[in-house]
Design a binder for this molecule. Structure first.
Ligand code: NAP
Ligand code: F7E
Length: 366
């Protein structure tokens, strides 16, 4: 899709602050903003190990700053110091099953964290434009098919409930203080950079491992769940376009096509000429206490108002992910068995997507 340039007549370098820059979306968004000649700052939590794997290739072009979205003082300090034109809030506890295990942390991060950033903007400079990463999980037990910006919400997990708070507090700050604050209701979007615990990457990695003779089985939960899956690289463009619009708003971002987890598995195994039925086992530990059965979005508003449309289709996405994981396992790093990503037997905790230790580079400002 052809990219439009940002807001016209700016003349000066635009400054963007991204929370969640080390995540899947943060890495693609940072690349897009660098391409658009922004100066980019990314918030990274202090940790005893480095989470920079997804942004190592751009660390010399972004400024990494320490902060935590649950800590209001660090958000105020960063917004004051950087004086960004645009703030993208992508930070969250984003894995739905973990939200049942850590509901309070999920609330602090995924819900109240949004207020911390909005407060920082309200106090420091109300002209800063704000993007909130809302989610189709807010539709949960869907009240309408397909889902639009007007569909009533019915979240089914502590994560969905927390995102709903984040969505409404964004709307509220827009209406209360006149902030240019937009909420992107994004449906599932995936990529080779997806965390290994999410079903698409779990499947692409599992298929690659089975094709390489490293695993014999792939254990999954509910194969009947249907999702509207798109490509993360396409979706970050919608985020950026929301902040270039004259007025703020709420937008559904989706492909308009749904597939089941079973479809995903079929396409992924077919990519390596294997019959999925021989390898996939159902493990009740991966079935959720309350499921979201069927998500499919209507993104007409984003298409009409923002000129956004997705470029990568479902098959293209799954092939890209399987091919990537095969290449990774065949690479010199991947051939070191002790570093291969795998689901540990008997554990619901799935490993981080790292293959090799990251080399921390770039400027860390504290
Ligand atoms: P992700 O890969 O899980 O990334 C989450 C990011 O948030 C990571 O950079 C993580 O940092 C950071 N983070 C977590 N807690 C934080 C805290 N307390 N303070 C500062 N940073 C913190 O998620 P994603 O897939 O890129 O998604 C980006 C956003 O979109 C999330 O808000 C997610 O809920 C939302 N969303 C995602 C989808 C999707 O399909 N991907 C759909 C709708 C909405 P660490 O690296 O240190 O963990
Ligand atoms: O599950 C089913 C599972 O974990 C998708 C996050 O980015 O998108 C994501 O949330 C479906 C569910 O994503 C396994 O039950 C079957 O129905 O990949 P997922 P999610 O829960 O839809 C939304 C929009 C977000 O906002 C979230 O941040 O797949 N499923 N078997 C499985 N899921 C997992 N993870 N593992 C399985 O073994």
């Amino acid at each position: 899709m052809a990219r439009k340039h940002g807001r016209e007549g700016r003349g000066v370098v635009q400054k963007a602050l991204i929370t969640g820059i080390t995540g899947q979306d943060g890495s693609y968004l940072a690349e897009l903003l660098l391409e658009q000649k922004y100066a980019v700052w990314g918030v990274v939590r202090r940790s005893s190990t480095s989470p920079m794997e997804r942004i190592e290739h751009i660390l010399d072009r972004v400024t990494v700053v320490q902060g935590d979205i649950t800590d209001l003082s660090s958000m105020i300090r960063l917004v004051e110091e950087i004086q960004p034109d645009e703030v993208y809030n992508l930070a969250a506890q984003s894995f739905v099953p973990t939200s049942w295990q850590q509901p309070i942390l999920t609330g602090h991060t995924t819900a109240l964290g949004v207020t911390n950033l909005l407060e920082a903007i309200r106090v420091v400079n109300r002209k800063i434009r704000f993007y909130q990463a809302s989610s189709s999980e807010m539709f949960g037990k869907v009240q309408e098919v397909p889902q639009t910006e007007r569909t009533p919400f019915y979240p089914r997990s502590p994560y969905g409930v927390a995102k709903l708070y984040g969505h409404w507090i964004t709307v509220n700050y827009r209406e209360s203080y006149g902030l240019h604050a937009s909420s992107g209701i994004l449906f599932n979007h995936e990529s080779p950079r997806r965390g290994l615990e999410f079903v698409t990457r779990k499947v692409s990695n599992g298929v690659a491992r089975i094709a390489m003779g490293l695993d014999k089985k792939l254990k999954l939960g509910n194969l009947d769940a249907r999702r509207d899956w798109g490509y993360a690289g396409d979706y970050v463009e919608a985020m950026w376009r929301m902040l270039q619009a004259d007025s703020p708003g709420d937008y559904v971002v989706a492909t308009g096509k749904a597939h089941s987890v079973r479809d995903l598995v079929k396409v992924a195994f077919a990519r390596v000429n294997l019959e999925w039925e021989r390898y996939v086992e159902i493990d009740p530990r991966f079935v959720r206490p309350a499921e979201v059965d069927y998500l499919i979005g209507d993104s007409s508003l984003a298409r009409d108002k923002l000129g956004w449309e997705p470029a990568v289709d479902f098959e293209g996405l799954v092939h890209r992910m399987v091919d990537h994981d095969l290449a990774l396992l065949r690479s010199p790093e991947g051939s070191r068995n002790d570093h291969l990503p795998r689901i540990r037997p008997g554990s619901l905790e799935e490993p981080p997507s790292r293959i090799a230790p990251s080399r921390a580079r770039g400027r860390i400002l504290s």
